[in-house]
Design a protein. Structure first.
Length: 487
C-alpha cells in the first residue's frame, strides 16, 4: 500500500512538472510562432534610423558622444545582414555585417578590408543584432528549449539563459505573446556588472509576421540611452543581397589571452615607474619615508592588483597611503578598486567624487574582484587648486588644471621640485622622429598651465602611450617650448 501510494505521489509530481513545463514553454512557442515562424526561409528586410550614444574619451564623466546612422537590415532565424552609414564631422563612414550559423564577416566603419573577427565577437554579435530586431534571439531560446523561470508573473513569461557569460532574459507578454523586452546582464572591466535593456513597441505585421518598429535601449544600468526606429520600407524577400564575399582562407580568430608584461624603472631615490607593456601605460610610485603614493592604474582591477604587487616589491614595508589619477578616463582610473580595498585614500577633485563613488560601489558579481568579495569603505581626499604630499624630507605637488588641459574638466598634473620633473597623463604629442610640429590644444593647454604655475621643469614624463603612436613620452621641456614656436 505504501509503495502504491509512493508511485501515485511520484506520478502526480511528474505530471505537475510536465504541466509546468508545458505551460511555461507555451508563451515562448507562441511568441516564436508570431515573430519567427512565418518567415520560414525567407528574409525580413527593413530600413532603420539609429540614434546611438556612447561613452568615449569625453570632456567630463557621463558625457555622451552622439551618433546618427541609417541603414538596411536583412534577417531570418539564423542569418543577419546589415549595411549602414554614419556621418562624423561631415565625413561619411560605411559599415557592413554578414552573419550566419558559422561565419561572420565585418567591414567596419571606414575600413577597406574585412575585420579579423574573433570567436567572442561572433558570440556577442547576437547582442548587437537585437538593437534592430529580437528575431534571432527568440529563435535561439526556442531552439535551445529554454524554459521560463520562477520570476514569471501575471504580465510576463520570463525566460533566462546564459550566452557567452552574459545573463539574458526574455520578457514575453502573456496578453498577446509578443516580446516586451530583453535584458542582458554582462561584465564590463571598468563598470562591473552592466545591465542593458532592449524594449520593443509599436508592433506591426507583414504576412502574419509580427515585428516591432520602435526599439529603446538602456545601457550601463540606464545611464546611456539609444533609440532605433524601423521605417515603413519593410518587405519579405526570398534572398538577401551578397554584402561581403567570404575569403577562401576564412576562419574565426582565436581569442588571445593577454599576458601581462611589466617593467620597473627607478627614476630617482623617491620616484619609480612601472611600465605595463600589455596596456601601453606608465604608472608612477612615489616613495616617502613611511608610505607610498601611486599615480594611475589602467583599465581594470586586475591591472590595479598588478601595480599593487609591484609597489610591494619596491617598498615591502610601506603601505599605499594614496592613490591618485590624472583624469577620469579608464587608462588612469580603471584600476581604482584594488586601492580602495587596500585602504588607500583616493585623491580627486570635487568634479569626480560622484563618478569615483559609482565605480567604488558598482557590483562585480559576474567577475568578482577583491573589493566585491571583501567590501571596504571609500576614502576620498579632495584636491582643490593644489595639494602637497610630504614626509618632511621629500615632497610632491599635485595641481588641478582642469579644463585648461583642453582634454577633460578634472585634469591633474604632478610636479617634483627637487627633480624638476612633471608627470602627466596624455597631453604632449611630440613625434620621436622628425621636426617638432605645431602643438595641439592639449599641448598648448599644458604649457600655459605650467607658465601660470611658474613651475621649473627640465623633463616631462607621460603616462600614456609609452610605445605606440610614435611619440615621445620622456620629453625634454625644451621640446615643449619649441613646439609653441612651431607653425
Amino acid at each position: 500500500m505504501k509503495q502504491k501510494f509512493r508511485f501515485i505521489v511520484i506520478g502526480v509530481i511528474a505530471f505537475f512538472i510536465f504541466q509546468v513545463n508545458a505551460q511555461s514553454s507555451s508563451a515562448l512557442e507562441n511568441c516564436w510562432e508570431r515573430q519567427v515562424k512565418p518567415l520560414k526561409d525567407n528574409y525580413l528586410t527593413f530600413s532603420f534610423s539609429d540614434k546611438r550614444n556612447e561613452l568615449e574619451h569625453s570632456f567630463k564623466p557621463w558625457q555622451e558622444s552622439n551618433y546618427d546612422s541609417t541603414g538596411t537590415v536583412w534577417l531570418n532565424a539564423d542569418n543577419f545582414l546589415k549595411s549602414d552609414s554614419l556621418v562624423v564631422r561631415g565625413k561619411k563612414y560605411n559599415s557592413k555585417t554578414q552573419l550566419n550559423n558559422s561565419t561572420m564577416l565585418l567591414l567596419d566603419y571606414g575600413d577597406k578590408e574585412l575585420f579579423g573577427v574573433t570567436e567572442s565577437m561572433y558570440k556577442n554579435q547576437v547582442f548587437k543584432n537585437i538593437r534592430y530586431s529580437p528575431l534571432n534571439l527568440i529563435n535561439y531560446f526556442y531552439q535551445h528549449k529554454i524554459y521560463d523561470n520562477n520570476e514569471s508573473n501575471t504580465d510576463f513569461a520570463i525566460y533566462k539563459t546564459i550566452i557567452n557569460k552574459a545573463i539574458v532574459q526574455l520578457y514575453i507578454r502573456k496578453s498577446d505573446n509578443l516580446l516586451e523586452k530583453i535584458t542582458v546582464l554582462s561584465y564590463d572591466e571598468f563598470f562591473g556588472d552592466v545591465l542593458s535593456t532592449f524594449s520593443y513597441s509599436d508592433y506591426s505585421t507583414i504576412k502574419r509576421l509580427s515585428y516591432p518598429k520602435a526599439i529603446k535601449i538602456e545601457k550601463i544600468n540606464g545611464k546611456v540611452k539609444d533609440e532605433v526606429k524601423i521605417t515603413d520600407a519593410v518587405n519579405i524577400l526570398k534572398e538577401p543581397p551578397l554584402l561581403l564575399v567570404q575569403p577562401a582562407d576564412y576562419v574565426l580568430k582565436k581569442d588571445v589571452e593577454i599576458t601581462p608584461e611589466i617593467k620597473v624603472e627607478k627614476y630617482s631615490p623617491n620616484i619609480h615607474f612601472i611600465e605595463l607593456k600589455h596596456t601601453d601605460d606608465r604608472v608612477m610610485v612615489v616613495e616617502f619615508s613611511n608610505f607610498l603614493l601611486v599615480a594611475e592604474a589602467p583599465l581594470n582591477s586586475k591591472n590595479g592588483e598588478l601595480v599593487i604587487n609591484e609597489a610591494k616589491n619596491i617598498a615591502p614595508n610601506k603601505p599605499i597611503r594614496y592613490f591618485v589619477f590624472g583624469h577620469y578616463h579608464p587608462h588612469y582610473l580603471g584600476g581604482l578598486r584594488p586601492f580602495i580595498h587596500k585602504g588607500a585614500k583616493i585623491i580627486c577633485s570635487k568634479a569626480n567624487q560622484d563618478y569615483v563613488t559609482y565605480l567604488a560601489n558598482a557590483p562585480h558579481t559576474l567577475s568578482p574582484d577583491n573589493l566585491q568579495n571583501q567590501p571596504k569603505p571609500l576614502q576620498i581626499e579632495e584636491i582643490k587648486d593644489s595639494l602637497t604630499i610630504s614626509d618632511g624630507k621629500f615632497e610632491m605637488q599635485i595641481y588641478f588644471i582642469g579644463s585648461k588641459s583642453a582634454h577633460t574638466n578634472d585634469y591633474l598634473i604632478y610636479y617634483f621640485p627637487a627633480e624638476k620633473l612633471l608627470f602627466e597623463g596624455d597631453l604632449v604629442w611630440i613625434a620621436r622622429e622628425g621636426e617638432i610640429k605645431k602643438p595641439s590644444k592639449r599641448q598648448t593647454g599644458l604649457y600655459n598651465a605650467i607658465m601660470e604655475l611658474d613651475l621649473n621643469i627640465d623633463t616631462i614624463v607621460q603616462s600614456w602611450p609609452v610605445a605606440d603612436y610614435g611619440v615621445k613620452t620622456v620629453i625634454p621641456f625644451d621640446d615643449l617650448e619649441k613646439s609653441m614656436q612651431a607653425k
